[in-house]
Write a protein that binds this ligand. Structure first.
Ligand code: PBG
Length: 324
């Protein structure tokens, strides 16, 4: 019988060694950024009920945590503060003994080589839970910028290596760049949450950080999940304003956006694999419905394949262990 002509793709899948040789995407522990929720108090390690395996931890327990993270080959953490006290202008975000400032000093002392990324936002520190100054029920852009600049400068002063503004006010990169430069922090890079959607996937994070808005929602500043071109406009203005790295957030429902931003901009790209994405997998895994390890590695690989250079993920420690 005549041989029909067709392409035998399976040739390259025949053995594990061959598959490994032609694999296009690789995960490394240094791709991962681990989020930490820091609380006041002592000897506190509260598991977040909607995020099993993720904890709010107090400063005195950071030593073991940071040692473990470093041992796993993870090079960076991103810090979120859970302060005891909140007020209408988020004072806790920019005071020198704010919870994130204190945690930054502790970590830099324990492990000077560990990169500390400070999430620069007000929502964890305001009593209304919004990311800026609220007047007449509306989050005020330019007034909020002043507080964000103060926050970024105080985080840099505490020793943060990277500033990651996540509040979605217009002009935050320009304002923070100018503020950092004027304070002598020309060398501190800005990892901008350039593309941040108004997403239901942040729900569990708001439990973890006690930052649920007390009225309304974040739709006047975070982006509409239906929009793609708007993401490119956001990324473009952040690049023009001086962002050194761009974040797209969330990750899984936005892999197309990650690819678009990667294709259009040549800055290092970070994807935020957010709390809701973590909780979905954890819940199914705890029920025994899925193979957690396989799903997590597939998910992280797809986020990298889509174009992310780095991934902020609550699975960072597990994934680093599984890579070993
Ligand atoms: C602060 C901030 C949020 C997240 C990261 N930084 C919450 C929000 O915008 O509502 C969410 C992260 C996650 O869900 O894992 N603004």
């Amino acid at each position: 019988m005549d041989q029909i002509l067709f392409k035998r793709h399976r040739r390259l899948r025949k053995s594990a060694a061959l598959r490994e040789m032609v694999r296009e995407t690789h995960l490394h522990p240094e791709d991962l950024i681990y989020p930490l929720f820091i609380v006041e108090g002592e000897n506190t390690r509260n598991e977040i009920s909607s995020m099993p395996g993720t904890f709010q931890i107090s400063l005195d327990l950071l030593k073991d945590e940071i040692e473990e993270i470093a041992r796993l080959g993870i090079k960076a953490v991103i810090l979120f503060g859970v302060p005891d006290e909140k007020d209408d202008c988020g004072t806790g975000a920019y005071i020198d003994d704010g919870i994130v400032q204190k945690a930054t000093r502790v970590i830099k002392e324990l492990a000077p080589e560990m990169l500390v990324i400070a999430d620069t936002c007000l929502c964890e520190y305001t009593d209304h839970g919004h990311c800026g100054v609220v007047e007449e029920g509306y989050v005020q852009n330019d007034q909020s910028l002043e507080l964000l600049v103060k926050t970024a400068v105080s985080q840099a002063r505490a020793g943060a290596d990277i500033i990651a503004p996540s509040n979605m006010m217009d002009g935050f990169v320009a304002a923070i760049r100018k503020g950092l430069d004027e304070a002598g922090f020309q060398e501190i890079p800005i990892m901008s949450y350039a593309v941040k959607y108004s997403s239901a996937f942040y729900g569990p994070f708001r439990d973890a950080a006690n930052s649920t808005p007390q009225f309304g929602d974040r739709k006047t500043y975070q982006m509409d999940p239906a929009n793609r071109l708007e993401a490119l406009r956001e990324a473009q203005s952040d690049m023009e304003e001086g962002a050194d790295m761009l974040i797209v957030k969330p990750a899984l429902s936005y892999l197309d956006i990650i690819r678009d931003v990667k294709n259009d901009f040549n800055a290092p790209l970070v994807a935020y694999n957010v709390s809701g994405e973590y909780s979905l997998i954890k819940a199914a895994a705890l029920n025994g419905w899925i193979d957690e390890k396989a799903i997590v590695m597939e998910m992280l690989t797809s986020i990298k394949r889509a174009g992310a250079d780095m991934i902020i993920t609550y699975f960072a420690k597990d994934a680093a262990k599984w890579m070993d």
